[in-house]
Write a protein that binds this ligand. Structure first.
Ligand code: NAD
Ligand code: MG
Length: 396
């Protein structure tokens, strides 16, 4: 029996994780649930999974959850404030941590799990984008096992030999030539460019293949998501930007590929369903049933690949540029994007302003050398301030 702490349990990844766990009560027990403020959802999760702890980062939500649990017979200790989650993930009673808080808020709890040497199922790509080498160095130092949950990185991981997976052999020594990162192109792959300034939130979050949280859905529409994944791949697999290529594959069946020097390409395929990578991460190196329907190749009509257009997806190219510039630029890019996407979701700025705010923040923000997490937090805070000013100038 392995025990699991879920950071971000009420979100899309959190709920999918619980769905896989629900199928294997003999293998996994939920130790703790951490979320922001969706009381009804976490309350239902507490009733079903009976964790020892439930933490809400919002104090009012924590109080409301406590109150609701009082009228039940279940013993869940309710905690409040995200800082306490660092203690939860480090508990000796936790084997596996699912890192699925969205955005920068997930950085410190995820890092705490890494420093506690846990099996870390990494969905929170922003944490790695913000901290890159520091994050991976900590994983090595504290012997944490990082298992990528982002479907692309999970696909790449599955396409590697065990010696590369474990870090014993470098990708170059293993004959890897390129990582081919696939992306669907999102809802606006074929939308005429002149319509872009007027695209609505509703249109942007309507992803053709995947059902996800709001922030990552907007990131998929701008393809900033693929840009963040580019940076994520650079660190997770210890390769250079030149070794990664983004390919549009609208059917989302191939989740990414690894090209080897002998001409072989190894790909992982499956339904666009996050329960596959989640089950892989939970059971690694074994396999468990995930509730996902098998692919039916006779029903696949098209299998196409194209290059992403720069004019359509400027955010992708800004992210690749930031990756080449280094850590501070990647941290700034992520911070500015979080501010801009939130403003777009609140209908304060236009869809096309997202890329403009990110680009201007990157150009105007100084990019110091990053040595430690405090440096990351300070660059992140400065970039948020600048991006917020730029947002206010744009406000509709
Ligand atoms: P979501 O918006 O559905 O859920 C986010 C979760 O984070 C919620 O449980 C929320 O309560 C929690 N949260 C947010 N702010 C918090 C805070 N300050 N303190 C504590 N908890 C907080 O997002 P999602 O789609 O599940 O994505 C989660 C992460 O996984 C993101 O980093 C995303 O990029 C990544 N990811 C998601 C998918 C997907 O299919 N949804 C795929 C790949 C990667
Ligand atoms: Mg992904």
């Amino acid at each position: 029996m392995r025990t699991v702490c879920i950071l971000g349990s009420t979100g899309s990844i959190g709920q999918n994780t619980l769905d896989v766990i629900r199928r294997h009560p003999d293998k996994y027990r939920v130790h703790s649930l951490v979320a922001h403020r969706r009381v009804e959802t976490i309350y239902a999760q507490c009733l079903e999974f009976r964790p020892q702890y439930a933490l809400m980062s919002d104090p009012d939500a924590a109080a409301a959850l406590s109150q609701k649990l009082k009228s039940t017979d279940i013993q869940v200790e309710v905690l409040s404030g995200l800082t306490d989650s660092e203690g939860l993930v480090s508990s000796s009673n936790v084997d596996i941590v699912m890192a699925a808080i969205v955005g920068a808020a997930g950085l410190l709890p995820t890092l705490a799990a890494v420093k506690a040497g846990k099996q870390v199922l990494l969905a929170n790509k922003e944490a790695l984008v913000m901290s890159g080498a520091l994050f991976m160095d900590a994983a090595r130092e504290y012997q944490a096992k990082i298992l990528p949950i982002d479907s692309e990185h999970n696909a790449i991981f599955q396409s590697l030999s065990t010696s590369v997976q474990s870090g014993e052999q470098s990708p170059i020594d293993a004959g890897i030539q390129k990582l081919l990162l696939t992306g669907s192109g999102g809802p606006f792959l074929h939308t005429p460019l002149e319509q872009f300034p007027e695209l609505s939130v509703q249109q942007a979050v309507a992803h053709p293949n995947w059902s996800m949280g709001q922030k990552i859905s907007v990131d998929s529409a701008t393809m900033m998501n693929k840009g963040l994944e580019f940076i994520e791949a650079r660190w997770l697999f210890d390769v250079q930007p030149n070794d990664i290529q983004v390919v549009i594959h609208p059917q989302s069946m191939i989740h990414s590929m690894v090209q080897y020097v002998d001409g072989s390409v190894i790909a992982q395929l499956g339904q666009p369903d996050m329960r596959t990578p989640i089950a892989y991460g939970l059971a690694y190196p074994e396999r468990i049933e995930a509730g996902v329907a098998p692919l039916d190749f006779t029903k696949m009509l098209d299998f196409t690949f194209t290059q992403p257009e720069q004019a359509r997806f400027p955010c992708l190219y800004l992210a690749i540029e930031a990756c080449c510039l280094g850590q501070a630029a990647s941290t700034v890019l992520n911070a500015a994007n979080e501010i801009a996407v939130e403003a777009f979701l609140q209908q304060q700025i236009k869809f096309t302003d997202i890329a403009i705010i990110v680009e201007q923040t990157l150009t105007q923000q100084s990019l110091p050398d990053i040595q430690c997490i405090d440096d990351v937090l300070s660059v992140d805070a400065q970039a948020r301030l600048l991006a917020s000013q730029l947002r206010d100038q744009k406000a509709i």
